[in-house]
Design a protein around this ligand. Structure first.
Ligand SMILES: [Zn+2]
Length: 437
């Protein structure tokens, strides 16, 4: 059935100008694609005539825009939300996170991912890039909930032999599905994976024609360790091993030199900026403005629920902008419009979609869009709707979500999920995991 969103404020995110363009009009969806974006009543009438089965949704007082794209998270870790906060990194890992993870079954990882995806969809995230284990098990979760995803199979030296077969299984499961789920190879980082195993990951990605993702230069400790072991920065190290290219997503990139920035831009690496995570675990501030000026592709992300602790991209947009203004002492950097582009069009490129295919509202693009209710006290008055979205918007303002032409959230209700039942299963799983000794 075709969809027609009528009388909406439309933010297409296709403009290359300094200022975004908005207008009042109609967005039509047929199958998986947007087939109408227009301010013409005649064009809307023609769309109605040419679609015998049509659902028309009145969007007066609402805004229609591309869905948000979260380019780095660990959705399967969502059962660990707020399990261990406000402690040092080593205690956090040794005493809490790793013991918890060793007790989780693949079904419990899938349950954590279900909760994470539900949170993201309800907050207007239509695509996400994930990095965790048991991703082969999680293909089905992403397919069932209707979100678009790149699932990165995370490995360390210790579990590479276990994870590589999972990559192949995940690829065949994704190939048998809707086409919305893609798989990537995800070595954890240059300090937790040996040079040999980083190269093996690159070779696997090349053989299976997959993207790569890894954490890069997240903390000062990582910088020190990589320098001590290899005499290079993390970026220099990964570049020497051939891991940096246009199909690589590097999460964080906080501690990078000017020459690292040039390398990231020259290789076409996507930098996934996770401002709240960097703040919470005292990693530092990524030089986003410098990276952008150097021509690097910069995107925005939440990271996992252990270091954030939510998957709310609206908060992340606001924080990205404010943090960069604060760190540089320049209030003109990272304006609202730029940060919104990082979370839409740039995110789509990071996921491997061609320009204009995803992350924009234009005729012919994939139909991943959200309806935001502007009738909220914190969104009025509207001098500048993009400023309102980025500096005032909240996940709960998202009313309806469409992915791949299908409504997956409508009036804040998520399709096919009984939330009370989900929370019950989550509570039971957490009880089981934390009671095992
Ligand atoms: Zn991460």
């Amino acid at each position: 059935m075709a969809l027609l969103f009528s009388n909406a404020t439309i933010l297409p995110m296709t403009a290359d100008e300094a200022r975004p363009r908005t207008f009042t009009g109609w967005v039509g969806v047929d199958g998986r694609r947007v087939t109408l974006v227009s301010d013409s009543e005649q064009a809307a009438a023609a769309f109605r005539r040419s679609h015998a089965t049509l659902r028309e949704i009145d969007c007066r007082g609402k805004l229609v825009m591309p869905g948000l794209i979260n380019t780095h998270c660990h959705a399967g870790m969502t059962l660990q939300r707020s399990y261990a906060d406000d402690i040092t990194l080593m205690s956090w890992l040794n005493d809490y996170i790793w013991p918890f993870e060793s007790r989780q079954t693949p079904d419990e990882v899938a349950l954590g991912m279900t909760l994470g995806i539900v949170e993201m969809l309800l907050g207007g995230v239509t695509s996400f890039v994930d990095m965790y284990y048991d991703e082969d098990r999680c293909v089905e979760v992403a397919e069932r909930l209707g979100i678009r995803a790149v699932l990165g199979c995370n490995y360390f030296d210790s579990n590479i032999e276990e994870v590589f077969p999972q990559v192949e299984r995940a690829v065949s499961r994704a190939a048998a599905g809707s086409g919305r789920v893609r798989i990537a190879v995800a070595p954890h980082s240059p300090y937790t994976v040996s040079p040999e195993n980083l190269v093996r990951g690159r070779e696997l990605a090349e053989r299976l024609n997959l993207g790569l993702m890894t954490h890069i230069a997240e903390t000062r400790d990582e910088l020190r360790i990589v320098r001590e072991r290899y005499g290079r920065t993390p970026v220099e190290h990964l570049d020497a091993l051939g891991l940096l290219g246009a199909r690589t997503i590097g999460a964080h990139c906080v501690h990078v030199t000017d020459s690292d920035i040039e390398t990231l831009a020259a290789r076409g690496v996507t930098v996934s900026h996770n401002p709240q995570s960097n703040m919470k675990i005292s990693s530092g501030v990524a030089p986003v403005e410098k990276l952008r000026r150097a021509g690097a592709l910069v995107t925005v992300a939440t990271d996992g629920t252990c270091s954030n602790n939510d998957l709310d991209m609206w908060e992340e947009l606001r924080t990205a902008s404010f943090l960069q203004k604060s760190a540089t002492g320049d209030p003109t950097v990272l304006p609202a419009w730029e940060v919104l582009r990082m979370a839409t069009a740039n995110g789509a490129r990071a996921m491997g979609y061609a320009d204009g295919e995803l992350g924009v509202l234009r005729e012919g693009a994939l139909a991943d869009l959200i309806v935001v209710d502007l009738q909220k006290p914190h969104l009025q008055p509207i001098h500048d709707v993009v400023s309102n979205l980025v500096y005032c918007g909240k996940a709960a303002d998202v009313e309806t979500v469409v992915v791949d032409g299908r409504i997956v959230v409508e009036e804040r209700r998520i399709e096919g999920v009984d939330l009370a039942e989900l929370y019950g299963r989550v509570a039971a799983a957490v009880r089981r995991i934390t009671s095992v000794r």
